[in-house]
Design a protein around this ligand. Sequence first.
Ligand code: DGL
Length: 265
Amino acid sequence: MIGVFDSGVGGLTVLEALAAELPAEHFVYLGDTARLPYGTKSAETVVRYALQATEALMRYRLKCLVIACNTASAVSLPAIRARIVNVPVIGVIEPGAEAACAASRTGRIAVIATEGTVRGAAYQQGIRRRRADAQVTAVAAPLFVALAEEGLCEGPIAEAVAHHYLDPLFAVPRPPDTLVLGCTHFPMLMRAIRAAVGTQVTIVDSAQTTARHVRRTLTESALAAAGGRGSLRLLATDAPQRFARVGARFLERPIEAHEVELIDL
Ligand code: DGL
């Protein structure tokens, strides 16, 4: 079983990419909907929540744990890795940073994320570690989270918000050539984001790059499923109905409320 953890439904974008990359694997996804959002909370609180979620997921005898939440990946990976030493733990930040460095010609890279991810500076460090000359600009774009959950991913409101966050980064003389979507929710707004930055910018979706990274890790450690059909188990810490309704848009397939198991951490 592969465990996937997020603060709520946003990580279903990562799960979708994982299931497409690894169709024979069995997944258990935990959304901590009772305590969402993580993006505005202190690092100490996010680490505490992430460790509790890790304990809950470890009951499923995991062979790999994916931290789909960018905010949790940014601040809690060392603590989680120290807690579960025998299971590979993969966050979304390092694969995203690697893809950004590979994509950028100029070294000017923009990152949009939650407040907590920007403050934690993990993307900035991950990029500079690989490319010392990189000029990284990271800004928080919290309204994108609300828009994605409301289903307002296209149209005038999404476009206005995209311009609000992205014009100061891109409507400048020497703009970045690469933009990292450093939050689970942001791939949902791809069209509005693309329209705001134009066609010349490479957009790095950390969900896709993480899925490829997980496949590589499983293959290299001979842990990948040999074949057959995969499965998905959904867990939430609050409001399974809402999880099913909002989550269906993120997963791009219907979810019945009874498919979502309510758990306490
Ligand atoms: N999952 C979070 C992230 O990727 C976004 C939502 C939240 O703030 O909890 O950073």
